[in-house]
Write a protein that binds this ligand. Structure first.
Ligand SMILES: [Zn+2]
Length: 217
């Protein structure tokens, strides 16, 4: 092994993206998490304006803790594991591919306080795996309170209404678009972003996230 790679492994050994255990020969997930992670099956639940949606895991067990570290504690390296695993699931579900890969952006203010846009980072890794360069299609034009503090579905829809705009309509018209986010809860944010893209004459919008809240219907 090249010396610098060996040193890097010594100082930053690869860890399980969910439980943080140091990995030996596995990639991204330890054996235990590979077996017991709360995998989110492909669901028949319809989400408004989305042609399809998928998530890697349910937002439970070790998943919330892992995503918290990624979003709020600066653990950017987790994007690699999430991105590689998510890209595999996307390829299984969309063997025909899509025209454009994009993501749901955070507001400028949130990006400044956090230092990075965690979903853009994820999109970069997914893009590397799918050999597509992610394209920014949406911008956030209004800073809204975080959805996580709002319970009622109607209030969540109202909170995101009109917060996104298409940046470059020419890149949207007639395209099948894959939209990424980190978490899908009620689907209000994903549906609003997809609505804006469909209004700009996208052909289809598919959606993929790292985690989904469990829903009965
Ligand atoms: Zn693990």
């Amino acid at each position: 092994m090249i010396l610098w790679k060996w040193l890097l492994h010594l100082v930053f050994p690869p860890r399980c993206v969910l439980c943080n255990k140091v990995l030996d020969k596995e990639l991204d997930l330890c054996r235990d998490c590979r077996i017991h992670a709360p995998e989110c099956p492909i669901s028949e639940i319809k989400r408004k304006f989305l042609d399809s949606w998928l998530a890697l895991w349910y937002y439970e067990d070790k998943v919330p803790g892992s995503l918290m570290l990624y979003k709020f504690r600066g653990r950017r390296s987790k994007a690699q594991g999430y991105g590689r695993l998510l890209a595999m699931k996307i390829q299984e579900q969309h063997p025909e591919g899509v025209d454009v890969l994009t993501w749901i952006p955070v507001s400028r203010r949130r990006k400044l306080t956090r230092g990075y846009d965690q979903v853009q980072l994820l999109a970069r890794v997914v893009g590397e795996q799918l050999q597509m360069k992610p394209v920014r299609l949406l911008k956030k034009v209004r800073h809204n309170p975080p959805q996580s503090g709002i319970v009622s579905p109607a209030a969540r829809r109202a909170n995101v209404l009109g917060v996104y705009q298409v940046t470059d309509p020419e890149k949207v018209v007639g395209k099948s678009i894959l939209l990424l986010d980190d978490i899908i809860t009620t689907g209000s944010t994903a549906s609003e972003a997809a609505r804006v893209l469909m209004t700009a004459d996208a052909k289809q919008v598919h959606f993929a996230a790292v985690a989904s809240a469990r829903r009965e219907k």
